[in-house]
Design a protein around this ligand. Structure first.
Ligand SMILES: [Zn+2]
Length: 396
């Protein structure tokens, strides 16, 4: 019959929109049947984004829309509206914090166009740009809530989310998860990003006070569901207050446009190996955590032709998410003096080169050495430094 979207009920200090939706679903009258449940990641640079920058939605069916809306009105007023204004102290975080400003939307006769979803996952969207719902509640969260409903599911993965018990939620102690079973699950073909292959550490459990116990990702619904049950049934896994499988846009690359090409002018290596690449058309940034991207970026020199993709920050700099060498340039250097082994220097335009020490001259002005790139394939950041939205290269 329709879709309910929800966003912006959490803040860095606690809460989670997935939990708020789970409680809403559990509180629905018995005659309301639920269909698909979604978790949609949005533009990572949005100014008022929430912690994981995720919005959620659920498909609802009921004989009487009026009856359903009455129930949702009550639920909004009692359970969700009071979450507005929750904010954590900014001193521990590197960006400005906004108070939670929950939003909820109900679409039934006409769903929002998927173009709105693509705007919300690729750029800043304002409240006045949001397609109008049959009913909406609240503030800023209406943007993400509507985007979650507008998602066209061109690429789909799944995440089974389990929540901590009320007693454990908010405890800073790390979550207990059966690591032996997790290792088995990590081996399954359709699960992904469960364990960091370099360290063996779990990648499914968040840290801090949020109510999520774990989020287990898979490319097929039943693998997410079965694996989550397998973990929860173990006595070595912490007790939980429920689990639900969300359909997600994670690992879809929906946030990226087409790959771009450019020619390197110069590179600048910053602290911890991060690299700024100044190109003819664009300025690119390879972060120190970006692994193979950073290493390839450090290798680049003038005139190398490259292909790349990433998101542009507010200063117009691309944060690289993948990088590839199309054609490497030839290294051009002055010859060395045969006697002193010192590099010779130009004496001026159309003049021979000369040794700065013994003044021997050479008619050969340049030595050209072809460079062999470390790889001609695309490279990507390691698993633990990727965005939720980034699609693994090995899936292509
Ligand atoms: Zn010399």
């Amino acid at each position: 019959m329709g879709w309910l979207g929800l966003d912006d009920t959490d803040h860095l200090g606690g809460g989670c929109t997935t939990k708020t939706l789970d409680e809403l679903i559990k509180g629905l009258p018995s005659e309301v049947k639920i269909g698909e449940v979604r978790l949609v990641r949005l533009w990572p640079f949005a100014r008022q984004r929430t912690r994981g920058n995720a919005a959620v939605a659920v498909e609802l069916n009921c004989e009487s829309e009026e009856y359903l809306l009455e129930h949702l009105d009550l639920w909004w007023n009692e359970k969700i509206s009071p979450l507005a204004g929750e904010i954590s102290s900014s001193e521990n975080y590197d960006r400005l914090q906004y108070p939670a400003d929950p939003g909820m939307v109900w679409f039934s006769s006409k769903l929002p166009d998927s173009s709105f979803y693509y705007n919300a996952v690729r750029e800043e969207v304002n409240l006045e740009d949001v397609p109008v719902a049959e009913r909406n509640w609240g503030g800023q969260g209406i943007i993400g809530a509507t985007a979650a409903v507008a998602w066209d599911k061109s690429e789909v993965t799944y995440e089974a989310i389990a929540w901590r018990t009320e007693k454990n939620t908010g405890l800073e102690k790390s979550r207990l998860i059966d690591l032996e079973r997790l290792a088995e699950i990590d081996e399954l073909e359709y699960t992904f990003m469960s364990r960091d292959p370099r360290t063996g550490n779990t990648m499914i459990a968040p840290r801090g006070p949020c109510p999520v116990l774990f989020g287990l990702r898979a490319r097929k619904f039943e693998f997410a569901y079965d694996s989550a049950c397998h973990l929860l049934e173990s006595s070595s896994t912490e007790r939980n207050s429920g689990m639900r499988v969300f359909t997600t846009n994670q690992a879809s690359d929906d946030h990226l446009g087409d790959d771009l090409c450019d020619v390197v002018i110069e590179t600048e290596i910053l602290s911890r190996g991060a690299v700024v690449i100044n190109c003819e058309e664009n300025k690119l940034l390879a972060f120190s955590e970006s692994g193979d991207i950073k290493l390839l970026a450090q290798w680049l020199i003038k005139s190398d032709k490259i292909r790349f993709n990433g998101l542009k920050n507010e200063d117009g700099v691309y944060h690289l998410e993948r990088l590839k060498i199309d054609k490497s340039s030839v290294l051009k250097e002055r010859p060395h003096c045969i006697k002193c082994n010192v590099r010779m220097k130009s004496m001026g335009q159309n003049q021979p080169v000369r040794c700065p020490k013994c003044r021997t001259r050479s008619e050969q002005k340049w030595i050209e050495t072809p460079r062999v790139p470390p790889t001609l394939d695309w490279v990507q950041a390691p698993l633990d430094s990727r965005r939720h939205l980034t699609r693994p290269l090995e899936w292509n």
